[in-house]
Design a protein around this ligand. Structure first.
Ligand code: HEC
Length: 224
């Protein structure tokens, strides 16, 4: 993504499409208005670590509750315009639908550094109680996710293959109570809240939980 993935001509076509179909909700400066911001920190938080095909799908279902029904190429042009407005460099070759799934959005720190408040998934061993709070132990590092709901299909296969690690996470706002899953190996999704001040190594981040799904009734970290 640091190397240009779209052309200036393409972004300018995208601008025309954007002004016709999207601007009334997302604003001339892309900061949102009646829609969601497609620029700055919000854009990076929503999309860092994800590929452009996710953005493409979201655009195809716009406006909410319907679709502008544009040609696939028109959405790719709008993506180019959004990238241009976010300061990503232009290149010599046009972006195409075929290339979307190979291009990751990334912030200054790279695509693997998940921004604060981004949606992530973690695999670990569930511990705790409603009274003392819930934690995930022996957990994997956080990975980016595009859906707040329990993983299915290809993402679930990836989750099941994830090895446990040495991380712990505090789980916040867990609802419904995951009581029945204590001691299970679980997938937890939520918004990442980084522990910026703590001294623990590795740091213990928190998750503002959106879903918990049991993967297995036992939770044995590898090599123990
Ligand atoms: C009628 C108003 C409206 C129009 C027109 C509209 N949007 Fe949206 N858009 C929204 C709202 C509201 C949201 C936030 C709620 C949601 O995600 O459904 C949103 C969310 C989005 C998102 C997700 C942002 C994120 O980071 O999660 C994208 C991408 C997007 N719009 C792109 C577009 C594009 C491209 C067009 C033109 C083809 C467009 N929208 C037209 C109202 C609109």
């Amino acid at each position: 993504m640091k190397d240009g993935v779209y052309t200036a001509t393409q972004a300018s076509r995208g601008r025309d499409q954007y002004e016709t179909s999207c601007q009334r909700c997302h604003g001339a400066d892309l900061t949102g208005g009646a829609g969601r911001s497609l620029t700055g920190d919000v854009f990076l938080r929503d999309w860092t670590g994800l590929t452009l095909d996710g953005l493409f799908e979201r655009m195809q279902s716009m406006p909410p509750g319907g679709s502008a029904g544009l040609e696939a190429e028109a959405y790719v042009d709008i993506i180019s315009y959004v990238l241009e407005r976010n300061g990503f460099p232009e290149g010599g070759e046009e972006l195409s639908t075929a290339r979307l799934s190979g291009v990751y959005v990334e912030g200054d720190e790279g695509r693997d550094v998940v921004p604060n408040f981004a949606l992530v998934r973690v695999v670990g061993c569930l511990a705790g109680s409603a009274a003392d709070g819930w934690t995930l132990n022996s957990a994997s590092p956080e990975a980016r996710s595009s859906e707040p709901t329990p993983s299915i299909d290809a993402e679930l296969a990836e989750v099941e293959a994830t090895t446990l690690g040495d991380r712990s996470f505090n789980l916040m706002y867990v609802f419904p109570s995951p009581d029945a899953y204590v001691g299970h190996r679980v997938e937890t999704k939520g918004l990442l809240i980084r522990d910026e001040e703590g001294t623990a190594v590795p740091p213990v981040h928190s998750l503002n939980v959106t879903s918990v799904q049991s993967l297995s009734e036992t939770c044995e970290p590898a090599g123990r």
